[in-house]
Ligand binder design. Structure first.
Ligand code: BGC
Length: 354
């Protein structure tokens, strides 16, 4: 018995590793049911450094602490691969899938297959509206957007541009990500009334979706600069990756810093804040998010009710509260151990960390 279960465990790990490595959609293995209890499927590593720096380590730590065997996999931006990873997880016996989707269609397909095989899906950070997932764990994403809109307004007041009809550009996230729509709903609730009253002007071709791709963001922002004769006075960039793209375009053109927003409280974002190139970033404690999602998964495994505090698209949800971080309060990130001083206060940025 002992020998057999050890063999099964080894086989499961090898099978899962093979699936992850090849990304094969067809490979199927039959392994001992309890080899993997939970899988967390993360979307990519390029749209934000959060997945590598925050989500993966916090999720792994939470499951390890609870003694739950979990796999945390990243699809590298490939929806097909995410589907294969889900198939591999189910084949290895996973009973709960934490899903951070790449496309709404692939997210729904993963969820349908998982539920058909008796597993529970918890939407992690991004929801697939109308899917068969049982729970959603995320932040109040409209609030995330509002914080960015208000942060941009505050920065335009602080640099004196608010009263000079500033020209604003919006770099939105990915249209396949429901969060990106909620963020936009949030920041547009702040900005639209100001456009309407003529206090702010939207740049020509100044409101575009980027697929959360910083390279696309760079190209789009370069075009915005060209269309507006370089006169853009503030940018609503929907995350730190897009803010970084805007900042490199400004620097490439020898332009001065302007108010630019961000999200994720990444080390690079914080460095730009300290150096005066980025106005602020939305800090979402991914530690809280990962812990809440892991707890929900563990409750499901144990047949216990999951404690929720809201509903999004009809799905019982755990929604956490985001915070706006600027030069004035960035030390909070060090205090909470979210970002390390050694990740931020290095090289030419050390001088700002006094
Ligand atoms: C997440 C953000 C992230 C973006 C790009 C969104 O769904 O909530 O934190 O920056 O995707 O990956």
């Amino acid at each position: 018995m002992k020998v057999r279960s050890r063999w099964s465990l080894a086989a499961g790990i090898v099978a899962l590793a093979a699936l992850v490595a090849t990304g094969s959609a067809t490979a199927r293995v039959s392994v001992h049911k309890a080899d993997v209890q939970v899988c967390a499927l993360l979307p990519d590593t390029k749209s934000s450094t959060r997945y590598t720096l925050f989500d993966a380590p916090y999720l792994k730590a939470a499951f390890k602490k609870a003694g739950v065997s979990a796999q945390v996999l990243n699809a590298q931006g490939d929806a097909q691969r995410q589907k294969s990873q889900a198939d591999g997880c189910l084949a290895a016996g996973a009973k709960v899938i934490l899903l951070d989707e790449l496309t709404l269609a692939s997210g729904a397909a993963i969820t349908n297959d998982a539920v058909a095989q008796g597993a529970t899906v918890i939407d992690y950070d991004r929801i697939v509206p109308g899917s068969k997932a049982s729970y959603y764990v995320s932040f109040d994403n409209v609030k995330v957007g509002k914080l960015m809109g208000q942060g941009l307004v505050a920065a335009l007041r602080a640099n004196g541009m608010y009263s000079k009809h500033p020209v604003i550009a919006e770099l939105n996230g990915g249209i396949q990500d429901n969060n990106a729509k909620l963020f936009k709903q949030g920041y547009d609730s702040v900005l639209n009334p100001l456009y309407k009253k003529g206090v702010f002007k939207k740049a020509v071709a100044g409101d575009q979706w980027t697929d959360w791709d910083p390279n696309k963001g760079l190209t789009i922002f370069e075009q915005m600069l060209a269309r507006n004769g370089n006169r853009i006075d503030g940018v609503l960039a929907a995350n730190d990756g897009l803010a970084g793209a805007v900042i490199s375009a400004l620097q490439n053109h020898g332009l001065k810093p302007i108010p630019v927003t961000g999200q994720d409280a990444t080390p690079t974002g914080v460095q730009y804040i300290l150096a005066g190139w980025q106005s602020g970033t939305v800090y979402k404690s991914v530690r809280q998010e990962a812990n809440a999602a892991a707890q929900a998964a563990i409750d499901v495994l144990n047949g216990k009710p999951v404690k929720t505090n809201g509903k999004i698209s009809g799905m019982p949800s755990i929604l956490l509260t985001p915070k706006w971080v600027t030069k004035a309060n960035y030390k909070l990130l060090f205090q909470e151990g979210f970002v390390k001083r050694s990740q931020v206060c290095v090289g030419k940025y050390a001088q700002y960390c006094k």
